[in-house]
Ligand binder design. Structure first.
Ligand code: ADP
Ligand code: ZN
Ligand code: ZN
Length: 807
């Protein structure tokens, strides 16, 4: 019997090598198992993708070890991986790796122990090495080599002769949390005899024996025993020494929500919610796979609909996936699902430890969890009977993975929904242009919830023209109106949320007098400021010009690169409003585990007046006392060098506005901007999605951007500048030759960040319409040509299908 095993080699075409399956593994090995196989002179991990009786390969080597008893990858995942590897132009092995929890990416650790063989004629250095190892064993080989530099050859010989022994350990074993147990080898009678045999003063040992007898157990967790009997480890050690007791390690599931009590309030859906739910249920029952796009404003009750739909899936005996953006996955959100479905819910997000995520993954794999609520990678939850997939806030860019393979969770959801005949629901208050366009073409079915559940009013939005402020002599970052409103709310002891986008920090150049922003004459995209040579560059086409001293439009000298940090705003606030209690939330203050939640709790308990933060505070938060939301500058997002910047601005402003006045107190929203007439700001202030969509669609059509065209970004990098250029030029030439009519190939140009970690970077952008298959094949082929003609393994090629960022 033979297995085809996919391993990690830098070859896009690699679909696996054949290995022989040794006798003992024939009954256990399955497609999807992880195995260890020899590759030249080392052992590497691989995935079995096929098992067959014959092979065409002449010289065949055996599989070294099978790592899984239950295969890690299901048949579905094997197929999904193949599709992803083709579609996203990425190595098959790497693709399989991201379908599994990180804890399973076994890294092998090698340890040395003293072997069974004894030699009498050891040299001095050999004796020294042995003496060093003895008290330390098992010792990692790295540490050993580090302590005896220059003696690799001697150590290797000691291993070969059997004086030292090499052991391998996999990191995934340590990923399962283990807790120590004391285990008895004695029967009840033997325990009683043992007590009788103990000397009088051995009171504590006696207590332990009695503990086992009275409870009729043969094992107990060590920590429980120690705390209940108030004894120390030395007592246990005495018992273990005698040989009747051993310490074993047992696996334990880590539940990050262990000590919480969840509650669920029963809710009757409104007629509008009910109507939407019926359509979803109808689709589930008839196994229709046309995706739904649920367009419902914030607070319209989408989440309640998700809960009911999941309930229905459960009743059908089916599993559900709910994806939410990482930052929306707050404890409140989890609570709503755990409160309703309890233990059946698994939670997965990146703030959990690797071990915690692995445990949840196994609960799903074993069928103990039927629902997963999680961030992007939860789309790979190993369910076998999926009935429903929901992607909440489907427009969020965090559903796009920015590392290889650069997948979008929406694509994966569509694939998996088809595979399982499951129903897919995409929900958002501000659907992405792509999805809404699909709905307008009837490829998705549109469902709408245009009103809030309690009929509460959307807040009043004021737009403040910051150019006007400058003219009036106000050079601070707070407009007069914002200052007054902050003062007013502080006095009334109401709360304030201030929002600052830092993503665009110092990258675009704008005139503070007239709001003019430097743009590329060819691409209609803001130019990016490069500090190193004070140039302005276009990330799309490579156009470059020098930074101007005066505004080309109004000749004001107040032209500068733009951006304010949260820290600066915080300083300014405490200066202007003495005694104000500010909570700053940004990557710096929330990097520690649990910090995010802690800060929000402080604000929730009204121990702070102002919550100041970056996009992480834009969504999901619901505080009754917040009556003012201020956006310090709407422009930093609007001016990102990205064709999606208007869309993102609209989405963000709509979302931020949704934070105010959710409850009884009426809310105010103030948006500060240098470009008050911009349609994304204008329409967001009126909560008018449809007008925005129509206007933005026009723009996209005019400039040939998605959804009217699709894009693929291809980046090459190499330490050698000439080689990197040569390679991408070859690639582009090849691609242009193959895609004469079906697509437009832009570039090659230097990447916006032309050098990272001493690697020079170049890129091409392919724009095309519907012929994905042709374009994809051509890219695969062109990469192959480059690899064959320029034989240099260090050329790094990255393909990004439907890119979010062109960096
Ligand atoms: P969305 O997800 O669209 O923002 P939610 O489902 O979170 O909306 O609903 C907003 C608020 O209204 C929540 O506090 C929710 O518990 C409540 N809610 C939703 N639907 C109902 C209903 N039918 N009856 C009573 N309260 C509801
Ligand atoms: Zn100007
Ligand atoms: Zn350009």
């Amino acid at each position: 019997m033979y297995a085809t095993v996919v391993i990690d080699i830098p070859d896009l075409k690699h679909q696996g090598f054949d290995y022989q399956i040794p006798e003992p593994y024939r009954s256990t090995i399955q497609v999807g198992s992880r195995v260890l196989v020899p590759l030249t002179n080392r052992l590497v991990q691989g995935y079995v993708v096929d098992i067959h009786e014959t092979t065409e390969v002449g010289k065949i080597r055996p599989i070294h070890e099978v790592l899984d008893i239950i295969p890690s990858l299901s048949q579905e995942m094997i197929q999904l991986g193949k599709w992803m590897s083709e579609y996203y132009v990425s190595q098959l092995f790497r693709t399989y790796q991201i379908l599994l929890p990180a804890a399973l990416k076994t890294k092998m650790e090698e340890y040395i122990i003293i072997g069974n063989k004894e030699l009498s004629d050891l040299t001095l250095i050999e004796i020294e090495i042995m003496d060093w190892i003895r008290p330390r064993q098992p010792v990692s080989i790295k540490k050993l080599l580090g302590s005896f530099p220059g003696n690799e050859k001697i150590i290797k010989e000691l291993i070969q002769s059997g004086v030292l022994e090499l052991q391998r350990e996999f990191k995934d074993k340590t990923a399962k949390k283990k807790i120590p147990y004391l285990k008895s080898r004695l029967t009840l009678e033997q325990l009683l005899l043992e007590i009788a045999a103990l000397p009088k003063q051995a009171i504590k040992q006696k207590m332990v024996l009695e503990y086992f007898i009275s409870r009729e157990i043969d094992e107990v967790s060590l920590s429980q025993l120690l705390s209940e009997l108030k004894i120390t480890r030395s007592t246990i050690q005495l018992l273990v020494k005698k040989g009747n007791f051993t310490i074993i390690e047992k696996e334990e599931y880590r539940d990050p929500y262990k000590d919480r009590v969840f509650q669920d309030k029963k809710i009757t859906l409104t007629p509008m919610q009910d109507q939407v739910l019926r359509k979803i249920i109808d689709s589930m029952e008839n196994q229709r796979t046309v995706p739904f796009l649920l367009h419902g404003i914030t607070g319209s009750g989408k989440t309640e609909i998700y809960l009911s739909a999941i309930q229905h899936a459960l009743e059908q005996g089916k599993d559900s996936i709910l994806l939410v953006p990482e930052i929306s996955l707050t404890p409140q959100m989890v609570e709503r699902f755990k409160g309703r479905f309890g233990e059946l819910v698994a939670v997965m997000h990146s703030r959990m430890s690797q071990g915690e995520r692995y445990d949840e993954w196994r609960r799903i794999q074993k069928g103990n969890a039927k629902i997963v609520v999680g961030a992007r990678s939860a789309i790979f939850a190993p369910f076998r009977n999926l009935g429903l997939i929901i992607i909440d806030e489907e427009h969020e860019s965090s559903y796009k993975q920015e590392e290889h393979p650069k997948y979008h969770a929406r694509d994966i959801a569509i694939w998996r929904a088809k595979y399982h005949h499951a129903t897919l629901v995409l929900g958002s208050a501000t659907p992405s242009m792509e999805s809404y366009y699909q709905a307008s073409k009837q490829n998705y079915q549109l469902l709408e919830l245009p009103e809030r559940v309690f009929g509460s009013q959307l807040p009043t939005v004021h737009i403040v023209d910051m150019r006007e402020q400058l003219r009036m002599g106000n050079r601070s970052m707070f407009s007069q109106m914002l200052q007054e409103k902050i003062e007013e709310k502080l006095e009334k002891k109401e709360q304030i949320v201030l929002f600052l986008n830092r993503r665009g920090y110092s990258t675009f150049v704008m005139c503070r007098s007239c709001g003019y922003v430097m743009k590329c004459p060819h691409c209609d995209i803001s130019l990016t400021y490069h500090h190193s040579d004070r140039s302005l560059r276009c990330h799309y086409c490579g156009y470059t010009e020098h930074q101007p001293k005066l505004c080309p439009e109004c000749h004001s000298p107040y032209i500068r690169y733009f951006g304010t940090g949260t820290q600066k705003v915080e300083e300014e606030l405490t200066k202007r409003f003495p005694g104000v209690r500010v909570i700053r939330m940004d990557v710096d203050t929330t990097s520690k585990k649990g910090a995010h939640e802690r800060l929000l709790n402080v604000f929730k308990n009204e121990q702070a007046d102002i919550l100041l933060g970056t996009q992480m505070i834009a969504k999901g938060l619901d505080f009754p006392k917040v009556t003012l939301v201020g956006v310090i500058s709407a422009d930093s997002l609007l001016r990102l060098p990205d064709f999606r910047s208007a869309e993102r601005t609209f989405q963000l402003l709509t979302q931020v506005s949704g934070r105010a006045g959710r409850h009884q107190l009426p809310g105010d929203v103030i948006i500060q901007t240098y470009d008050p007439e911009h349609y994304s700001i204008e329409h967001a202030s009126h909560h008018d999605y449809n007008s925005f969509f129509r206007k933005e669609l026009e723009q996209r059509n005019l400039l040939h951007y998605p959804p009217f065209t699709r894009m693929i970004l291809i980046q090459f990098s190499h330490e050698n500048l000439m080689l990197a250029m040569k390679a991408i030029e070859r690639f582009a030439r090849e691609l242009k030759g193959m895609l004469k009519i079906s697509a437009e190939v832009l570039g090659p140009v230097a990447a916006p960040i032309p050098k990272i970690k001493d690697r020079y970077r170049f890129q091409c952008v392919v724009k095309y319409n519907d012929e994905y298959f042709i374009v994809n094949k051509a890219i695969h082929r062109a990469i192959q040509v480059v690899n064959e003609s320029i034989k240099d393994r260090k050329i790094l090629i990255q393909v990004d299908v439907d890119p979010y960022m062109l960096l």
